[in-house]
Design a protein around this ligand. Structure first.
Ligand SMILES: Cc1ncc(COP(=O)(O)O)c(C=O)c1O
Length: 395
C-alpha cells in the first residue's frame, strides 16, 4: 500500500505574485490576447535573455512553427533537426510540408553533434541542395555546442532555430540560451522550470522576423479597419491572463534555476559513488538550468538493474521518473526520414532516466528517491554475489 506523498517529475511551482497580476487582468478587463501583462512579460523575457524582440505565444510548438514560417521554410525544403528531443521540435517541420533530416547527439551535452551537422550540410551541398533551417535543442537545460553550431551554420548560410524550450536560464559562454540563434524558442508548459500553464515565446534580434511573427500570430490581420489578409495566419498569441502568471514566474526565475541546480547536486551527493550510475557534467563555459536531473544506468555494473527497473520501482514507491525522450528516428511517424547517426541518441534512450527535479523538492525527498535506487541496486548486487558463491560451492 502506498503511504508516502507522491513526488512528481516537474510540477509547477508558483510564487505569491502570479495571483496579483491575474487579478489586475480581471480588474482592468484585459481578458484578451493583448494587454499590459503581455507587454510586461515580453519585456521581462527580452531583458532577462538579452534579446531585442520577444512575442509571447500559446506554446513553444507555435513559436517553433512561426520560426519556420518566418524563415521561409516551405513545401519540399529540408530542415536539419536534432534527433534526441521531444517531438514538438520536429512536428512543425512537417506542418510546413518540409522534410526533416535528423542529426544525432554527441555524448558530452546530449545535443546536436556539430561533426554530423557539417557532414549533412556538405552532403546536401554536394547534391546541389541547401538546408532551409537547423533546429538545435538544449536538452534538459544543457546548452548545445552553440559556438561550433553557429559557425557551421554561418559557413553554409543556414538560419538556426534555437529550441530553448527546456533551457530558460541556461547559458553558453555567458550568452543566455534562447538568445543565440537566428530565432529562439521558449516553452512555459506546465512541466517547465517556469510556467504560464501553457505558453511559449519567439525571440529574435531581427526586426523583420519579429514583425512578421507578430502579424502571423494574430491571424495576419492588416492595418485596415476591415480584415484584409495577405497571408495565411495563425491564432497563436498568448492571453493577457496567462501572461500575468508569466510575470510572477519571471520574478523568481533565478531562484528556480538555483533550486534545480541544488537538486542536481543533492542527487550527485547521494548517487555518485554508485558504480554504473553517471551524470552529465557541464562543459567549460556551459551553465545548465538543470531542468531535469538525468542519469545513465549501466546494467553491466549495477547487478543487471536497468533504467526501466528503477523507473518501475520508483513508481511503486509513488515517485514519478521518466525515460529519456525517445529519439525521433525511432518514432513511427518519422521513420521514413533520413538520419545522420553514430547511435548515441539510441544509447542515451536505452540507458537514461529523468529523475524528479521540481524546484520545490526538499533534500529529504531527494534522499527518498536515492534510497529506493540504492536499495534496488545493492539488493541485486548481493543476490548476484550469493548466486556466484552458490556456483563455487556446488563445484
Ligand atoms: C525540447 C522541446 N521543444 C518544444 C517543446 C514544446 O513546447 P510546448 O509544450 O510549450 O508546445 C517542448 C516541451 O513541451 C520541449 O521539451
Amino acid at each position: 500500500m502506498i503511504t508516502q506523498k507522491r513526488i512528481w517529475l516537474s510540477p509547477p511551482h508558483m510564487s505569491e505574485n502570479e495571483q496579483h497580476y491575474i487579478q489586475d487582468a480581471f480588474k482592468s478587463n484585459w481578458i484578451a490576447p493583448t494587454g499590459p501583462n503581455i507587454d510586461a512579460f515580453e519585456s521581462q523575457i527580452a531583458s532577462f535573455i538579452g534579446v531585442q524582440h520577444v512575442t509571447a505565444l500559446t506554446s513553444g510548438t507555435s513559436a517553433l512553427h512561426l520560426a519556420l514560417v518566418t524563415l521561409g521554410v516551405t513545401q519540399g525544403d529540408v530542415v536539419l533537426c536534432q534527433d534526441l528531443t521531444f517531438a514538438a521540435s520536429a512536428f512543425p517541420i512537417v506542418y510546413q510540408g518540409a522534410e526533416p533530416i535528423f542529426i544525432d547527439s554527441e555524448l558530452d551535452t546530449w545535443n546536436m553533434d556539430p561533426v554530423l551537422l557539417r557532414k549533412a550540410l556538405e552532403d546536401l551541398q554536394d547534391s546541389g541542395k541547401k538546408a532551409a533551417a537547423i533546429v538545435v535543442v538544449h536538452l534538459y537545460g544543457m546548452p548545445a555546442k552553440m559556438d561550433e553550431i553557429m559557425d557551421i551554420a554561418a559557413e553554409f548560410h543556414v538560419p538556426v532555430i534555437e529550441d530553448a524550450a527546456e533551457a530558460i536560464g541556461s547559458m553558453h559562454h555567458g550568452a543566455k540560451c534562447g538568445g543565440i540563434g537566428t530565432v529562439g524558442v521558449l516553452s512555459f508548459n506546465g512541466n517547465k522550470i517556469i510556467t504560464t500553464s501553457g505558453g511559449g515565446a519567439f525571440l529574435t534580434r531581427n526586426k523583420k522576423l519579429i514583425d512578421h511573427a507578430r502579424y502571423l500570430s494574430t491571424q495576419s490581420k492588416g492595418q485596415t479597419p476591415y480584415y484584409h489578409h495577405l497571408e495565411i495566419g495563425f491564432n497563436y498569441k498568448m492571453s493577457n491572463v496567462l501572461a500575468g502568471i508569466g510575470r510572477g514566474q519571471m520574478e523568481i526565475l533565478p531562484e528556480r534555476v538555483e533550486a534545480r541546480r541544488q537538486i542536481f547536486n543533492e542527487y550527485k551527493k547521494h548517487l555518485l559513488g554508485i558504480e554504473g550510475i553517471t551524470f552529465t557534467e557541464e562543459l567549460k563555459g556551459a551553465f545548465s538550468n538543470r531542468w531535469l536531473t538525468t542519469i545513465l544506468i549501466n546494467p553491466g555494473l549495477t547487478g543487471g538493474v536497468t533504467n526501466e527497473e528503477i523507473r518501475l520501482k520508483l513508481e511503486s514507491e509513488n515517485i514519478e521518473s521518466r525515460p529519456i525522450w525517445k529519439p525521433m528516428h525511432l518514432q513511427p511517424v518519422f521513420s521514413k526520414y533520413k538520419i545522420y547517426s553514430e547511435g548515441n541518441a539510441t544509447y542515451l534512450f536505452d540507458l537514461g532516466l529523468c529523475l524528479p527535479s521540481g524546484s520545490a523538492m526538499t533534500k529529504d525527498e531527494v534522499a527518498r528517491v536515492c534510497t529506493v535506487i540504492k536499495t534496488l541496486i545493492s539488493l541485486k548486487l548481493s543476490n548476484l554475489k550469493f548466486k556466484q558463491l552458490d556456483k563455487i560451492i556446488q563445484k
